[in-house]
Design a protein around this ligand. Structure first.
Ligand SMILES: C[S@@+](CC[C@H](N)C(=O)[O-])C[C@H]1O[C@@H](n2cnc3c(N)ncnc32)[C@H](O)[C@@H]1O
Ligand code: SF4
Ligand code: SF4
Length: 351
């Protein structure tokens, strides 16, 4: 085990309001400070010899000092990839393609594509966004930049697993990635919900697709596991995630997602704490989480949903999560566009 990459949540800003997004558009957006970017890159290189960084958000290309971030990557000699909605990809590419130091360190562009056709994707992400992604695919191809197509599955697009895989292969993606939807805690959950059996079915279809295609097909953390004790990438400390406020937290899926009580996924504010010290605290959080899972296993209290590691994890941290009849948890009725998350309004649990 080693820290192999760092993820930076660069900003909360975004031009889109995707139906499934965990971001709270009602909140005044924050941006990760450049000082923290430098500190994290310098410390992780010195401590762990880590050399890969991911830029995410919000929409990372909207960070007001994105050029400064790219310069930091070059200065600390990291390789990087970016996860983007592709809305301003052409402008972003202009900052990269003619700058050899930035360009040679770029390992991939991860494009979010939530449907294999315009209607499905735009229905989830907003008008024009399918075309943005297709244009970004063309630009990446023209400039020899490897790109990944990644899809978050849910009830509105689960029927498109196979066409999505074929499309990724046809377009020349280096990988097709399918993620399981995490409950948002908003009313959208009702429309997007899939029961455990449907997720297991989707998982089998993805496995069959992976066997049939030559393009690699991956499923990040979160899908059903027969064996409920699972140590994910963040819990192995293979990936360290820095939230938009410059804090080391457990993982990107927890960042900014409200919990019933005070957040327990945050290990330290890097403005005042070293990465090493915060990492030490993170190990304590991980240990407590894994011990709680073992205790639940010993009690025999796990249900089918608890075999989905991320869902169990969100529930453990008192955050929105799936249950047998839809979304549950303290935020299950929050309406994100009213900024309710930021105001920490506690609404009744829906069952
Ligand atoms: C938060 S976005 C940030 C980058 C960029 N804005 C984008 O959409 O690609 C990173 C990835 O998380 C995914 N995502 C957003 N909400 C999610 C949820 N509720 N469950 C699982 N993945 C989610 C997005 O679809 C996207 O692929
Ligand atoms: S998923 Fe990405 S593009 Fe969509 S609203 Fe969230 S941050 Fe923006
Ligand atoms: S939500 Fe929990 S289980 Fe899932 S990847 Fe993050 S830390 Fe791991």
């Amino acid at each position: 085990m080693a820290v192999t990459w760092i993820a930076l949540h660069l900003t909360d800003r975004c031009q889109l309001d995707c139906q499934h997004c965990l971001r709270d558009p009602g909140r005044k957006p924050k941006d990760l400070s450049l000082d923290i970017v430098h500190k994290v890159l310098a410390e992780s290189k010195r401590l762990y010899h880590t050399r890969q960084v991911a830029l995410t958000g919000g929409e990372p290309t909207l960070h007001p000092e994105i050029e400064g971030v790219l310069d930091a990557i070059v200065e600390h000699d990291f390789t990087w990839h970016v996860v983007t909605n592709a809305r301003r990809f052409e402008q972003f590419l202009a900052l990269v393609r003619d700058d050899p130091a930035r360009r040679e360190r770029l390992t991939a562009v991860n494009l979010s594509l939530d449907g294999a056709d315009e209607e499905t994707h735009d229905g989830i992400r907003g008008k024009g966004s399918f075309r943005d992604v297709m244009k970004a695919v063309t630009l990446c191809t023209a400039h020899g930049i490897p790109f990944v197509l990644q899809m978050v599955l849910h009830a509105r697009n689960v029927h498109q697993i196979e066409p999505f895989g074929l499309m990724a292969a046809q377009l020349g993606a280096t990988r097709a990635s399918f993620s399981i939807l995490q409950a948002t805690g908003t009313h959208h959950d009702e429309e997007l919900y899939l029961p455990p059996r449907a997720w297991q079915n989707a998982q089998h279809r993805i496995e069959r697709l992976a066997a049939a295609l030559t393009v690699p097909v991956t499923m990040p953390e979160g899908f059903y596991r027969e064996q409920p004790f699972h140590v994910c990438e963040p819990m192995k400390s293979e990936l360290l995630h820095i939230d938009v406020e410059g804090r080391l937290n457990l993982c990107c899926q927890h960042a900014g997602v409200p919990s019933a009580g005070p957040p327990r996924d945050i290990a330290g504010d890097l403005a005042t704490t070293s990465l090493l010290k915060a990492h030490g605290r993170l190990l304590g959080i991980i240990h407590e989480t894994q011990a709680a899972k073992l205790a639940a296993m010993a009690e025999g209290s796990l249900d089918t949903w608890d075999h989905f590691p991320c869902n169990w994890c969100m529930k453990h941290f008192d955050k929105p999560h799936w249950a047998n009849d839809g979304a549950d948890g303290p935020s299950a009725q929050r309406e994100r566009w009213r900024g309710a998350w930021a105001k920490k309004v506690t609404l009744p649990v829906v069952r």
